[in-house]
Design a protein. Structure first.
Length: 125
């Protein structure tokens, strides 16, 4: 009985003392025929990183461009080339809500000949 109570108290103390990690992620699929795809917003808290992943699986020699949004306003952008076909990026941003939009070719000159998948995460997944 004494051992059981000690084990329960230790478990309760450990559970209370250890914080539960905040975990969020949101994905996208850019299919042929689509000009762009977007993720939902995720919340990045103080001290968290933003992980961005984009993987091209069909591109017809067309690059992908992407924009990361913070609170709905463009925060960062770039291109995934047809030779690398992959983007994995870690950002240490200020807290806020972030989303990702991926374009086949570019926002100003969209194509429909790309396929890609990926998403954004706070890294706890």
């Amino acid at each position: 009985m004494k051992r059981t109570l000690s084990a329960l108290m230790l478990t309760a103390l450990f559970t209370v003392g250890v914080g539960v990690a905040h975990a969020e992620m949101s994905g996208f699929d850019l299919d042929p025929g689509m000009t762009s795809a977007t993720t939902s917003r995720i919340t990045i808290q103080n001290g968290e990183n933003l992980y961005v992943s984009i993987y091209m699986y069909y591109n017809n020699n067309t690059p992908l461009s992407y924009t990361i949004f913070k609170e709905g306003v463009a925060f960062s952008s770039g291109t995934v080339s047809t030779t690398t076909r992959t983007l994995e990026r870690v950002i240490s941003p200020a807290p806020g809500e972030y989303s990702l939009r991926v374009y086949c070719n570019s926002k100003s000159n969209p194509y429909t000949s790309c396929s890609a998948y990926g998403g954004i995460s706070d890294g706890y997944n």
